[in-house]
Design a protein around this ligand. Structure first.
Ligand code: KG4
Ligand code: ZN
Length: 340
C-alpha cells in the first residue's frame, strides 16, 4: 500500500510517500520559518500564500524522491484540521483535485492523530494502550488510545500551547524565532533554580494544562531583575538563568500531568510527539519517568518526524485506505477539529 501524504496546517508545506504505513520512501518539508521570522510568529495570510507557491513542487519532489509515479500510489491522505484555515485549504484542495483527476481514494486526517502516528514510523510495534503527549506550537494535549483509532481526550491546554509559551518568551527577550530550539540550547548554560515559577493548579480535578501564567510570571521576573532584551551580542547570565528556570517549569508541568494520567490509565506505551518533543530536557525527563522496561516503554520520534511533516499524515491515513476508503467530493477543512 503506497500512500501520498499532504500536510499544510500551519507553516510547513509537506508531502511524503509511505509504504505499508511505516516505510518512509520520501519526506519533503518546505519550511516557512524565514518568511515569518521577522514577525516573531506565523502570519496566517503569508502562510497561505507560501503554501500555494510550494505545494506543487513539494508534491512532485516527494513522488520523485520516492521514485514513484502519481499513478502508482494507492491513495492520498491529507490534513483536514485543526490548523489555520487558509493553510489547510491549500493542501486539502490540492489533494482533492489530484485524487479526483487520478481516480484515487482520499482520506482526511486529524493533525493530532498524525502526530500520534509519527511515533509508529520508526517503531511499528508500539503496543496499546498508549498515552500520547502531543506538544507543539499549536497544541498541548494528552490523548489515550485503548487500541488503534479508539481515542479518548485526557487533557488539553486551557490557554497557550507549551511551544507558544517558549516562543513568546524568546521573542520578548530578543532571542530569535522559533524560540523553542533557542531556549533548549541556552538553558543548558543557565541555572534552572535561579528563578522560581509555581506550577499552576487547575482546581476542577481535570488534568488540563495552563501556560499563560508562566508567561506573566516571567514578565514580572524580567521587571524585578531588571533584565533587558538582547540587542545582538552575548546573552546575559540573567537571561540564561531565566530561560533555564522557565523551561524547567514548563517541562515539569508536562511531566507531572502526564504522570497523573499514566497512574490512572496504566499505558503500555507513552508517546512524546509534536515539535516541542525535540526538547532535550523533556525527552530525558520522559525516559526517566515513564520507561519501565517490559511494562511501559517511551517513544519519542526523531526530530524530522516530531515537527510537522506529511509522513505522519500518510501513516495515519493508511489503515482507513486499507479498509477501502473512497473519495468524498464534499470534503472540507476545519480550523478546529476535535480528535474525539
Ligand atoms: O509541531 P510543530 O513543528 O508545529 C506546530 O504544530 O506547532 O512545532 C513547532 C514548535 C515551536 O513552538 C517550536 O519552538 C517548538 O516546536 N520546538 C521546540 C524545540 N524544537 C521545536 N521547543 C523546545 N525545544 C526544542 N528543541
Ligand atoms: Zn503539528
Amino acid at each position: 500500500m503506497l500512500v501520498l501524504g499532504v500536510e499544510s496546517s500551519c507553516d510547513e508545506t509537506a508531502a511524503a510517500v509511505v509504504a505499508e504505513g511505516t516505510r518512509v520512501l520520501s519526506n519533503v518539508v518546505a519550511s516557512q520559518v524565514a518568511t515569518h521570522r521577522g514577525y516573531g510568529g506565523v502570519v496566517p495570510e503569508l502562510a497561505s500564500r507560501a503554501h500555494l507557491q510550494n505545494i506543487g513542487w513539494v508534491v512532485r519532489r516527494a513522488l520523485a524522491d520516492a521514485a514513484v509515479s502519481q499513478h502508482e500510489i494507492d491513495g492520498l491522505a491529507v490534513t483536514q484540521g485543526p490548523g489555520l484555515i487558509g493553510s489547510l485549504l491549500v493542501g486539502l484542495s490540492f489533494s482533492k483535485a489530484m485524487a479526483f483527476a487520478l481516480g484515487k481514494p482520499l482520506v482526511p486526517v486529524n493533525h493530532i492523530e498524525g502526530h500520534i502516528y509519527s511515533a509508529f514510523l520508526e517503531h511499528p510495534g508500539i503496543e496499546y494502550p498508549l498515552l500520547a503527549l502531543v506538544v507543539s506550537g499549536g497544541h498541548t494535549s494528552l490523548i489515550h488510545a485503548e487500541s488503534e483509532g479508539r481515542y479518548q481526550s485526557i487533557a488539553r491546554t486551557r490557554d497557550d500551547a507549551a511551544g507558544e509559551a517558549l516562543d513568546k518568551l524568546a521573542k520578548f527577550l530578543g532571542l530569535g524565532y522559533p524560540g523553542g530550539p533557542v531556549i533548549d540550547r541556552l538553558a543548558r548554560q543557565g541555572n534552572d533554580r535561579a528563578f522560581a515559577f509555581s506550577i499552576p493548579k487547575i482546581t476542577d480535578g481535570s488534568l488540563d494544562f495552563s501556560f499563560s501564567g508562566f508567561k506573566t510570571a516571567a514578565l514580572r521576573r524580567i521587571q524585578e531583575a531588571g533584565i533587558r532584551p538582547r540587542r545582538g551580542g552575548r546573552v546575559s547570565r540573567k537571561i540564561l538563568d531565566l530561560v533555564a528556570s522557565y523551561q524547567r517549569a514548563i517541562v515539569e508541568t508536562l511531566v507531572a500531568q502526564t504522570a497523573r494520567a499514566a497512574v490512572r490509565l496504566q499505558p503500555r506505551s507513552v508517546l512524546l510527539v509534536g515539535g516541542v518533543a525535540c526538547n532535550t530536557l523533556l525527552r530525558r525527563r520522559f525516559k526517566e519517568e515513564f520507561e519501565r522496561g517490559e511494562d511501559c516503554r517511551v517513544f519519542c520520534p526523531s526530530p524530522q518526524f516530531t515537527t510537522d511533516n506529511a509522513a505522519m499524515i500518510a501513516a495515519a491515513g493508511t489503515p482507513r485506505l486499507r479498509a477501502g476508503a473512497g473519495f468524498d467530493p464534499q470534503l472540507n477543512a476545519y480550523a478546529s477539529l476535535p480528535l474525539c
